[in-house]
Each structure stands twice: as structure tokens, then as C-alpha cells.
Write a protein that binds this ligand. Structure first.
Ligand code: ADP
Ligand code: MG
Length: 344
């Protein structure tokens, strides 16, 4: 009888061991095919491999859908996306998935909130910089900046009110034939937030999403601690990889910086975040990071704050509540709002 009990206990331990070991493990999955960047899903939730895989599949399907809807360079069979909408500018309304309609309505709200500094109707201008950057990277000797005249002409075609949305009919029409939509400033953060929403609806907590640097923490670690994450030092010549390290729980963190996508002409760095007031790369900061529970809002704000003076950005952050920011100035000076939790 005793022997049987010992055997039973040993069997139980043997069965439990893999589960206990699995508990300690952080599960992680990576994708390379969405938004031209790396997407990472991490679970600290002690869920089973099967549960984790099902959650990853759901997130991956969602990211794939948004990736295709937001694409301005390629079309996909069976769907109308932003490339289709842009190609039909000045021609006719395009019937699109209701998720794209909802996104465009949100983007318009963000335009108003940011006083026009984050403008998805800015495609005519961002395209000039994008093309100049691409050809400079292929052929650095002939690198040049778009001319003032080209930029000025393009700037006349950036009126967001010319994106006509019919929610009932689920159509979008760009009424200016020379205008185009570019959602680079908002798309990733918006898709990240939809992914977080989906995971939460599936009962998930203690997950971290990192979609090309747009970080979204869902819940906290099982220990009750938050996650420590570094704010990249824009000065790549420095030995310090981070400006500071922060702790996040149930929060998103999005950074816009001048150090990732740029090209150089005559020793001057031309990066990819364009100030709507000048139609040139914004020069106020080297990076701006924004913290808010909603990753879509953080993404819109990080681009917009990058294009505003510190005072204007601070005023906007304070008016919103539950939102924080870190500004890194070109000379290395750092300013931040009070709600940021620094890791010692
Ligand atoms: P990242 O591309 O690193 O995520 P952002 O969220 O700041 O950084 O988005 C920058 C992208 O948004 C650019 O590559 C361009 O496509 C677009 N963009 C640049 N400036 C603006 C702007 N003022 N308003 C809206 N979109 C912009
Ligand atoms: Mg952004």
C-alpha cells in the first residue's frame, strides 16, 4: 500500500515537473513579415504552449490583415487597401474593409488632437523625402534633398478634409488627385493596440508586444513587477546604449527618433519625420518617447511631439492626463514628465 502511494507521488511529481519548468519560461514568438519590421510577442503568463501558440496565431492573423490594408506600395488580391485608395485619388470612392474606415476616422481625430502635426494626408510630401532617401541609399554620391519648389507644390496637396469617408457605404475617396495617404506615423501603433485588445478579449494578461519598437505591455509580470525597458540613446557614438531605463505596466511606449531612417547630404542628416510647417525633417529633438495605455495614441503623439516645440508638446501631454513623454534634445539634454517610473 505504502509502495503504491510512493509510486503515485513520484508519478505526480514526474507529471508536474515539466509544468513547473514551463512556468518559469518566458514564451516568445517573432515575425518578420509585418510593417517591414520585427514583431515580437512575449508571454510571462504561465500559459501552456498550446494557449500561447493560439494567441500568437490570432495576433499574427490580425497584424497580417492590417499590414495589407495599410500598404501603400503593394496591392493584394481580393482586397482594396490604401494603395488602391491612393491610386483612385480624384477618380472615385473605393469600397474598403470597415477596419480601414475606423482607422481613418481615428487618424482624423489624431490630426485634430495634434493640431495637424501628425497628418496622414501628408503623403505627397513624405513621398518626396522617401524617394530621395531610397535613391541616396542606393547611390550615396548623388544624394540630394527635394527642392524647395517641389516641396512647396506638394504641400498644397495635404488637406486631410479631402479624404472623404462614407462610413455607411464603407468607402473612402481622396478628392484631390495629387494627394495621397501615408500612415507610417500611426499604422504600427494602431495595429499594436488592436492586437492588445484582441489578446485582452481572449483573457490574456502578462504579455508584452513589441511591434517594430512600439511596445505594449498587457498587465504586469506574475510577480507584480513591471517590465524594464531602455530608451535608446540617439547618440550612436556614445558607449551608453540607453538614455535611461523605465518600468512599464499596462502601458505602451512609442519612440520617434532621427537615428533610424535617414540619409546624409553635405554632412547634414535628413531623417524621416517631416515637420508639416516646413515640409523638412523636424529639428527640435533627436527623439521623443510617449507613454500612454493606448499604443495608437502613443504612436500619433510621438510623431506629433517630434514636430512641435517642447513647450507645445508639454502643454499637449499635460492636457491629456495619464500620458507621459521623454524628450531628447539634439545636444543630449533630456526632459521628462513626472509620471515616468525610472528603473534604478
Ligand atoms: P517610425 O516610422 O519610426 O515608427 P513615426 O511613427 O514617427 O516613426 O513615423 C514616421 C513615418 O510617418 C515616416 O516614415 C513617414 O512615412 C510618416 N510621417 C513623417 N512625418 C509625418 C507627419 N508629420 N505626419 C504624418 N506622417 C508623417
Ligand atoms: Mg508615430
Amino acid at each position: 500500500m505504502k509502495k503504491i502511494r510512493v509510486l503515485a507521488i513520484m508519478l505526480c511529481i514526474a507529471l508536474l515537473l515539466p509544468t513547473l519548468t514551463a512556468c518559469k519560461k518566458v514564451r516568445s514568438e517573432k515575425y518578420f513579415e509585418y510593417f517591414d519590421t520585427v514583431s515580437v510577442i512575449q508571454s510571462y503568463a504561465r500559459d501552456s504552449k498550446k494557449e500561447f501558440e493560439a494567441n500568437c496565431k490570432a495576433v499574427s492573423d490580425l497584424l497580417s490583415d492590417y499590414h495589407r490594408l495599410f500598404d501603400i506600395y503593394f496591392e493584394y488580391s481580393g482586397i482594396n487597401n490604401l494603395k488602391t485608395v491612393n491610386m483612385n485619388a480624384g477618380k472615385e470612392p473605393v469600397k474598403v474593409d470597415e477596419r480601414l474606415i475606423d482607422f481613418l476616422i481615428y487618424a482624423r481625430k489624431m490630426y485634430t488632437l495634434t493640431n495637424g502635426q501628425m497628418n496622414i494626408a501628408f503623403g505627397a510630401v513624405t513621398r518626396l523625402w522617401h524617394d530621395a532617401r531610397e535613391s541616396a541609399l542606393l547611390n550615396p554620391e548623388s544624394a540630394k534633398v527635394p527642392s524647395g519648389l517641389e516641396l512647396e507644390k506638394a504641400s498644397y496637396h495635404t488637406n486631410i478634409n479631402k479624404i472623404i469617408i462614407d462610413k455607411e457605404a464603407s468607402t473612402v475617396f481622396i478628392s484631390d488627385p495629387d494627394m495621397s495617404i501615408d500612415v507610417g506615423a500611426l499604422g504600427k501603433g494602431y495595429a499594436t493596440e488592436r492586437a492588445a485588445e484582441l489578446l485582452i478579449s481572449r483573457g490574456v494578461s502578462s504579455y508584452v508586444l513589441n511591434i517594430g519598437g512600439n511596445i505594449r505591455a498587457i498587465g504586469e509580470k506574475p510577480s507584480g513587477d513591471g517590465w524594464v525597458t531602455g530608451i535608446t540613446n540617439p547618440d550612436k557614438s556614445s558607449d551608453e546604449p540607453f538614455i535611461t531605463k523605465v518600468i512599464i505596466k499596462d502601458l505602451s511606449l512609442v519612440t520617434s527618433g532621427d537615428y533610424e531612417r535617414f540619409y546624409t547630404v553635405g554632412g547634414i542628416r535628413y531623417h524621416h519625420i517631416i515637420d508639416p510647417d516646413t515640409c523638412k525633417p523636424a529639428r527640435h529633438f533627436s527623439s521623443v518617447s510617449v507613454f500612454n495605455a493606448n499604443s495608437a495614441l502613443s504612436d500619433a503623439l510621438s510623431t506629433a511631439l517630434f514636430c512641435m516645440s517642447y513647450e507645445e508638446g508639454l502643454g499637449l501631454i499635460k492636457s491629456l492626463g495619464n500620458t507621459d513623454a521623454i524628450w531628447v534634445f539634439p545636444d543630449g539634454m533630456v526632459k521628462m514628465t513626472d509620471g515616468i517610473v525610472i528603473s534604478e
